[in-house]
Design a protein around this ligand. Structure first.
Ligand SMILES: Cc1ncc(COP(=O)(O)O)c(C=O)c1O
Length: 355
């Protein structure tokens, strides 16, 4: 606390990201990064943009990142005016809360979900109401048929990994024609079907994506939203009142190259999916209850073993997974799908930890 702080700063409970420890030989399964490197074409594009003397870095990047918007439009068979880009999907989401979800009525999101949502609400003074997930940790669409100032949920949900079918999302859209419904598809490429196919039909739908997960570019910070041009215009207005250049020159060309390498994308995401399914089977054989996951992580609990203690014991063996000390889920571990070797090491370590 300091007398120099503004009133709002004192009220914030900032989001705490998963650790990025500086330990060698770590098996890092705690922040849902991709275990595989990005497309080699990303590096080629970044080197070309830098050139021999990096002289282009003198110049500001394109404030609207038109090259990237065009690449996203091509990849998803939409038009550039339906696309907004930002410095990671976290920044896109921040603008969404400010520009599209701040209304008289509270925004709705699940009680167990991406923990950044309530943080943005407090930062921007957005009222919210959490909606409990069902006992099996699924989202019940009927719970979202109530007055609201907007709706947001990840699909697949985080940290549960559970997926909603597109038809269910359509039910929520149809029941809420006067609210923006935001579907945060950070993990959709690992097992879901994107709702981008619905944006032409629903002017209240905004779909948010990131290149951090399925494109292996968490370090480059690129995210985007797709929706009706009127929704996109709101986000542009917020962005242009905040930071004209959220994406630097290297991020723009790197992201374009990643989007254009369909073969690399397909191969790496299939590898993650296959490893996830093997890991789920092995965890079940160790007695874990594993929620069905359509993401690049697994949410699992053991009926006889304390999750916090398991996470600690794994850490002693240089394996880091995520444990949330939160109601309803404090006996779960969220385990990012690593390489086959990393997941085998995890299973071997779990087998060795004394009960
Ligand atoms: C559900 C969800 N949405 C958005 C993000 C933000 O991703 P980024 O800011 O790296 O694009 C994350 C990151 O873990 C996430 O889990």
């Amino acid at each position: 606390m300091s007398r120099f702080w503004s009133k709002v700063v004192g009220t914030l409970t900032p989001y705490v990201p998963g650790e990025q420890p500086k330990i060698a030989n770590l098996i890092k399964l705690n922040t849902n990064e991709n275990p595989y490197p990005p497309s080699p074409k990303v590096l080629v594009a970044i080197q070309a943009e830098l050139g021999a003397d990096a002289a282009r870095l003198r110049l500001y990047p394109d404030p609207s990142a038109d090259l990237l918007k065009a690449a996203i439009a091509r990849t998803h068979d939409i038009t550039a005016p339906q696309v907004f880009v930002g410095n990671g999907s976290d920044e896109v989401l921040a603008h969404v809360f400010m520009g599209l979800l701040k209304h008289e009525r509270p925004v709705l999101f699940p009680d167990i979900t991406y923990s950044f949502y309530p943080v943005y609400c407090v930062l921007y003074g957005v009222g919210y109401r959490t909606v409990p997930l069902a006992a099996d940790f699924s989202i019940d669409p009927a719970d979202y048929i109530q007055p609201n100032g907007g709706i947001i949920f990840p699909n697949p949900n985080a940290p549960t990994g559970r997926l909603l079918a597109l038809a269910t999302i359509e039910r929520i859209l149809l029941a809420n024609p006067d609210s923006v419904v935001v579907v945060d598809e950070a993990y959709v490429d690992f097992g879901g079907e994107t709702a981008i196919s619905l944006v032409d039909r629903y002017d209240n739908l905004l779909v948010v994506h990131t290149l951090s997960k399925s494109r292996s570019l968490a370090g480059l910070r690129v995210g985007f939203a797709v929706g009706d041009p009127a929704l996109i215009e709101a986000l542009e207005r917020v962005k242009n009142s905040f930071n004209s250049y959220p994406l630097d020159r290297l991020a723009i060309v790197g992201a374009v190259a990643a989007l254009e390498d369909a073969e690399h994308f397909e191969r790496t995401r299939q590898a993650v999916i296959a490893t996830r399914d093997t890991l789920a089977t092995e965890l079940r054989s160790l007695g874990f209850e594993v929620l069905p996951s359509a993401a690049n992580f697994i949410f699992a609990r053991h009926p006889q073993r304390d999750a916090a203690q398991l996470a600690l014991a794994l850490r002693e063996q240089n394996i880091i997974v995520r444990h949330f000390k939160l109601p309803r889920i404090d006996q779960f571990l969220r385990i990012t799908v690593g390489t086959n070797g990393e997941c085998q090491a995890l299973v071997a370590a779990l087998r060795e930890i004394p009960a």
